[in-house]
Design a protein around this ligand. Structure first.
Ligand SMILES: Nc1ncnc2c1ncn2[C@@H]1O[C@H](COP(=O)(O)OP(=O)(O)OP(=O)(O)O)[C@@H](O)[C@H]1O
Ligand SMILES: [Mg+2]
Length: 280
């Protein structure tokens, strides 16, 4: 595997003295789809904003494709074309008079020909299901629509790595699933994807590569099973099991009905485990 992004002993202190990141050693492998879990204030957004130099490390370093990130204008522009970050709050990202112009801004800044800029913006809007609001003012959109348009804005730049800070927050259930499916498909086409999320029900459906952050430190990395079967990590990170896993935990704890596979984390796995039991 090739490491596309790495942080080495990354620390970050805000001007008011808050130590938001405390020595993070992290590797993002090319072609993977990875999720970062952590409670409010754990440091997810602060961490992501280091990936393309929006935040500059207090100490430690960020490396993109093995090269330390530099903070001069040219290096930052290059980094931001490679590593696209969708902010947690779309209002921090959207600013153009119309949605189409907003989504076109990134590719336009890359100096692409006008036709291609327009095509990329239209394609990106279609992918997130927002073609019908192309001519609207971004500030007139609903929260979920803004979120999708913000994703389109980064998508249109076709970055190598797409980093999304809570991409499903504020989306309706089908909207959240369709955005996750879009990310899954982009990953299947080769894009490296990293998201932060609180949505423990959706995560196991789309990624088996998780990192858990608490108090500015990554306390565990592993598969969904590794994380969700570790009670200490679950408690420290204030995580809960997916609802379907909680059902099987109840069977185990209250009825002594144990499934050898452990607690299923998706409806599909639960279905398979039950079917196996019923037809045994
Ligand atoms: N501009 C800032 N100035 C000072 N402290 C900040 C600033 N932004 C964030 N923090 C602090 O840094 C820590 C990490 O915040 P961060 O926003 O990275 O958390 P998060 O994991 O993204 O949380 P959430 O799930 O709520 O989005 C928190 O203690 C927060 O209060
Ligand atoms: Mg955040």
């Amino acid at each position: 595997m090739t490491t596309i992004l790495e942080t080495k002993d990354l620390t970050f202190k805000y001007p008011d003295g808050t130590e938001a990141l405390k020595g993070i050693n992290f590797k993002l492998e090319e072609g993977t789809m990875v999720a970062l879990l952590g409670h409010n204030g754990a440091g997810k957004s602060t961490f992501f904003l280091h990936f393309n130099g929006i935040n500059e490390a207090t100490s430690g370093s960020v490396e993109i494709e093995g090269k330390p990130l530099k903070y001069d204008k040219k290096s930052l522009l290059e980094a931001r074309q490679k590593i696209g970050i969708v902010f947690q709050n779309p209002d921090d990202q959207l600013f153009a008079p119309t949605v189409l112009e907003d989504v076109a801004f990134g590719p336009m800044n890359m100096g692409l020909p006008e036709d291609e800029v327009r095509q990329r913006a239209l394609d990106a809007l279609e992918k997130v299901g927002m073609s019908h609001v192309a001519n609207k003012a971004p500030h007139h959109l609903s929260g979920g629509q803004k979120k999708r348009v913000a994703i389109a804005g980064i998508l249109a730049m076709k970055p190598k790595v797409m980093v999304l800070d809570e991409p499903t927050s504020g989306l309706d259930p089908n909207g959240a699933s369709s955005i996750m499916q879009l990310l899954y498909d982009l990953n299947a086409e080769g894009m490296t994807i990293m998201i932060s999320t609180h949505d423990v029900d959706l995560v196991p459906l789309y990624s088996d590569n998780l990192h858990v952050i608490v108090g500015g430190q990554i306390i565990k990395s592993g598969t969904c099973k590794d994380i969700f079967s570790d009670p200490e990590v679950m408690e420290e990170a204030d995580l809960r099991l997916p609802w379907i896993g909680q059902l099987f935990e109840k069977f185990d704890k209250e009825d002594g009905i144990v499934f050898e596979e452990g607690y299923p984390l998706t409806v599909g796995d639960a279905h398979d485990a039950l079917l196996k039991r019923i037809t045994k």
